[in-house]
Design a protein around this ligand. Structure first.
Ligand code: SF4
Ligand code: SF4
Length: 101
């Protein structure tokens, strides 16, 4: 099964920052959706294991991420990371060892 991380990192033309939302940490407050200036975060179509509908990066808009980290700063559950494309490799990102912007 493809995870959101797979979808995000494998986006064809990835050169921009890589926002990643941990759906299991998300409590669905919506702050990241409200404050993302590029409006690239929306709601997932399914709830997480705690029955919250988590936020999700909109696949088709991910390349518009500017790396401003407004979403990271707003999230009360520390569920969002934004990675620099140039600082990560596929393997390091999957191992959560990538460097935060
Ligand atoms: S880093 Fe900025 S542009 Fe990118 S998803 Fe977060 S709030 Fe939106
Ligand atoms: S700000 Fe954090 S907890 Fe709130 S919806 Fe976004 S990812 Fe979920």
């Amino acid at each position: 099964m493809s995870t959101q991380l797979d979808v995000q990192f494998n986006s064809k033309h990835r050169k921009s920052p890589v926002p990643v939302i941990d759906a299991e940490r998300c409590k669905g407050c919506g702050l990241c959706i409200h404050f993302c200036p590029k409006k690239i975060i929306g709601w997932a179509s399914h709830s997480n294991t705690k029955s919250y509908i988590p936020a999700e990066v909109i696949k088709d808009k991910i390349d518009e991420c500017t790396g401003c980290i407004a979403c990271v700063l707003m999230c009360p559950d520390v569920a969002i990371s934004v990675y620099s494309y140039s600082q990560v490799t596929d393997q390091s990102l999957h191992n959560s060892e990538a460097i935060l912007l």
